[in-house]
Ligand binder design. Structure first.
Ligand SMILES: Cc1cc2nc3c(=O)[nH]c(=O)nc-3n(C[C@H](O)[C@H](O)[C@H](O)COP(=O)(O)O)c2cc1C
Length: 507
């Protein structure tokens, strides 16, 4: 049996065990940024139009000011994906909030850039330093592999993925487990994946606005990519490789996810469940790749709900893509919801934006997900205009809410979200689940990554879409797992992946 089942079981919250097990070491908080002492640094701040006019100088000393990968464009791509969009002060401490939300604001996700043949950056691997909005060379000068070698190694590690063949810029997303595990213990791996999914969601929104396309590769030999980035095994895991191309030049899209060997070798007995889980979902060198095409926005209807009575969701007239990148920059998680109802067309706009293709973009420029057909979406209604409270299954392909049960469930949703008022006062609560049996049959334990990354990605689209519409939104990563199944009426082999609250801001 895939280790993912064991990890998931082991990291469940339940009313009888909550608060036991993990305790936070307040004297040892995690570092949010890496320090590559003495490394060459490329300041990306001068190329941000959001900066003060006096420090905005996009052309200063650049060889390339307008090309697809010019520093002004890369600067905006990185900023919109994961840049600092808010600062809070606590005494003399500054806390930096980012374009993408993160459970507990712990920000485990790091981005690296592989670059070759660039007019203003030497070939190399760069760490994106979020606080300083700079690119920091990972290898000491003179020791970096050549650009061609970097991309050859990356492509090899990704089973020859064609999108890396003529590629000059690729983003790699990783997660530093301890940042999140400091607070959340073993369950942190789930949050690392969800958080990273949110970051990937931003990338997919921002790239087309800059004339770029971001690919999404989930199948790679984990250790080989980690070696290339020079990150410490067991502490930080590679989660996605994203070749960046000009929109007009994006190569025919090929695989996204890759299965792992079956039957799975048991991970080394390891007290550290996060390390064991990442190892169980990793692909070792020499694995005969069985890559499958990444999925677009194509969702089969779950036959279980096929004949349930449905409520059609008709989007309104808002062009959700218009100025959507500005919504990323304004995005904050809503801390208080009012309990007031959403209108049906607002929910329709949001769900259409989150789940359906953007018809103004070419098929290859559409946001990519790993395996969204493995996710199920439930919409729990507290207060939604014209719709009775209850539990609904959402069928994205048909834009319908299919009735699971109609009843007042506010108390249950409040309880299962660990008593968070956000869930009680939401208009609707979107819950992502998956049949883990089915997912593991396709991808082994690696499926666990794809499910959480995709749910985070769709969650980010709901976050940004809600801000675009002036609505309130927050992710919820802490919930009583078995109670979610009970509310939705799903069997134990189906697991809750993520929860997003939507409503009208209150307070
Ligand atoms: C995966 C995930 C889980 C989250 N879980 C919760 C939660 O359970 N309760 C909550 O109030 N906020 C939750 N949040 C929101 C974070 O607290 C918020 O993103 C963080 O404080 C940063 O603030 P910002 O989103 O306003 O930038 C979650 C966010 C993410 C991405």
């Amino acid at each position: 049996m895939a280790y993912a089942f064991e990890y998931h079981r082991r990291t469940k919250y339940s009313p009888s065990t909550l608060g036991q097990g993990h305790s936070i070491d307040w004297n040892n908080p995690p570092e949010q940024f890496k320090d590559y002492r003495g490394a060459p640094v490329y300041d990306m701040r001068p190329y941000l139009p959001t900066n003060q006019p006096e420090s905005y100088s996009p052309e200063r000393g650049l060889n390339d000011t307008e090309g697809p990968f010019s520093l002004p464009r890369l600067s905006m791509l990185l900023f919109g994906t994961n840049g600092v969009t808010g600062v809070a002060f606590a005494g003399d401490q500054q806390h930096f909030f980012r374009a993408a939300p993160s459970a507990g604001a712990l920000y485990p996700t790091d981005l690296y850039l592989a670059v070759r043949g660039h007019a203003d950056l030497p070939d190399g691997i760069y760490y994106y330093h979020v606080r300083d909005h700079s690119l920091v060379e990972v290898y000491p000068r003179g020791l970096a592999p050549s650009g061609d070698e970097i991309f050859a190694r990356l492509r090899n590690a990704c089973f020859g993925d064609g999108a890396l063949a003529d590629c000059r810029v690729a983003l790699v997303a990783t997660a530093v487990y301890w940042r999140s595990a400091w607070r959340y213990g073993e369950r942190a791996y789930r949050r690392c994946l969800l958080d990273t999914g949110h970051v990937l969601g931003n990338l997919a929104i921002v790239a087309p606005k800059l004339g770029l396309c971001a690919g999404l590769i989930g199948g790679f030999v984990d250790g080989e990519v980690a070696d290339l980035l020079a990150i410490p095994a067991g502490k930080e895991g590679v989660l996605a490789v994203c070749p960046i191309h000009e929109q007009s030049e994006f190569p025919q899209y090929r695989p996204g996810p890759t299965a792992r060997p079956s039957p799975e070798p048991e991970p080394e007995p390891d007290a550290d469940a996060i390390r064991a889980m990442h190892a169980a979902g990793s692909i070792p060198p020499g694995f005969p790749a069985e890559a499958v095409a990444g999925e677009g926005f194509d969702y089969p209807v779950n036959p279980k709900y096929e004949f349930a009575p449905g409520i059609k969701l008709k989007p309104g007239t808002t062009d959700m893509n218009d100025q959507i990148e500005n919504a990323i920059l304004r995005r904050r998680s809503t801390r208080v919801l009012s309990g007031a109802p959403l209108k049906l067309h607002e929910l329709a706009d949001l769900l259409a934006f989150a789940y359906r293709p953007d018809l103004t973009l070419a098929p290859d420029a559409q946001p990519r997900l790993f395996a969204p057909s493995l996710l199920e979406t439930f919409v729990v209604v507290n207060t939604l205009e014209g719709v009775k409270p209850g539990v609904y299954h959402f069928a994205p392909g048909f834009m319908e809410l299919l009735v699971v049960k109609q009843a007042e469930v506010r108390r249950e949703i409040y309880h299962l979200s660990l008593g968070q008022e956000l869930a009680r006062d939401a208009s609707v609560v979107v819950i992502h689940t998956s049949d883990m049996d089915q997912a593991a049959r396709r991808f082994g334990s690696r499926a666990y990554r794809y499910l959480h990354l995709d749910a985070g990605h769709i969650g980010e689209r709901m976050n940004v879409g809600a801000i675009r519409l002036g609505l309130g939104v927050s992710g919820i990563g802490g919930f009583f797992d078995d109670e979610v199944n009970e509310l939705l009426g799903i069997p134990p082999k189906e697991l809750c992946v993520y929860i997003t609250c939507l409503g009208r801001p209150g307070g």
